[in-house]
Design a protein around this ligand. Sequence first.
Ligand code: QUE
Length: 356
Amino acid sequence: MSDDVLLEMRGAVGVVTLNRPKALNALDLGMCRALHPRLDVWAADPAVKAVVIRGAGGRAFCAGGDVRAVAASVGTATGGERLSREFFRAEYALNHRIHHFGKPFIALVDGICMGGGLGLSIHGAYRVVTEKLVLAMPETAIGLFPDVGGGWFLPRFPGESGTYLGLTGARVSAADALWLGYATHHVESARLDAVLEALVGAEWGSGPASAVVERVLAGFHADPGTSALAVQHAGIDRCFAAERVDDILQALEMEGTPWAQETWATLMRMCPMSLKVTLHQLRMGRTRDYDEMVRVEYRLSQSMTARADFREGIRAVLVDKDNKPRWQPATLSEVSDVDVEACFAPLAGDDWTPRA
Ligand code: QUE
């Protein structure tokens, strides 16, 4: 078995270490397949009181899913669509496993956490972030959409902040993460090993494990300062409440502030199809539960990774790094509602939802 994810018991705590530091711990199919069955075992074992997940290397918790591998495989002769199918099923099933874990699941989120990194952290009960946190759902920059449950959790962030994060891919801080409700605690990065040691050394007794975890984590919590997102939230709510991407852009023009001008320019660089698909997904998610959105997102994962924009986004952002993607269609007005709807259509013979 590979060393890309380390799994160990320390006292009554199951410890998961994402261990691909050179790839910023990006989650690949092998890591999903190593981790998922162990979580099944730990969920069923009464000797396991809690699970901790963290990233190795000190730079990232997890930079996302291994979308570069998926992009490399689509369109190749050797059953290119297979990796896209298998990877997204394994990743979303793992997110679903964590969502329904039933015991304290604690993510120590130190450094970069994007896309698939939120999928490994937000579905558990506790997220401890540090001053090094860089949090984002950046998928509209690579021709995708905010997945791993983004259709469910983004609409549940305050006001329109989730719409803003999902469309723009904005990078936010630890203070923002607490304000959003993503982070449950903020701890100095240098104290994270002590947090783990305190959990490992805890006296679990016979009461609820969550009470023990909360007592330990509260003892390390430190104020992260003011949230830039909280300062901006009235403007975000004014501009991102619309039902159409064009109306959001128009509202940003009307707003006229430097923040609004920058945000407008950011949106204009993102994949037009991704923007329209994402807004539709986020509005749908307001009224659907998480399990329903997983089915929707799996359909989107297959339709969106089959498009040329995905390969082009990966090329521009992760391979050539010129950050000059040539989107097709290149403008919002060329993306019709019918084209957007088609991305949400049931997959002929290949629909999928995680088992309970
Ligand atoms: C959007 C994304 C991802 C991204 C950049 C985006 C993503 C992802 C990575 C990434 C970054 C560094 C690595 C790596 C992957 O970047 O999902 O292997 O070393 O995994 O704009 O969705």
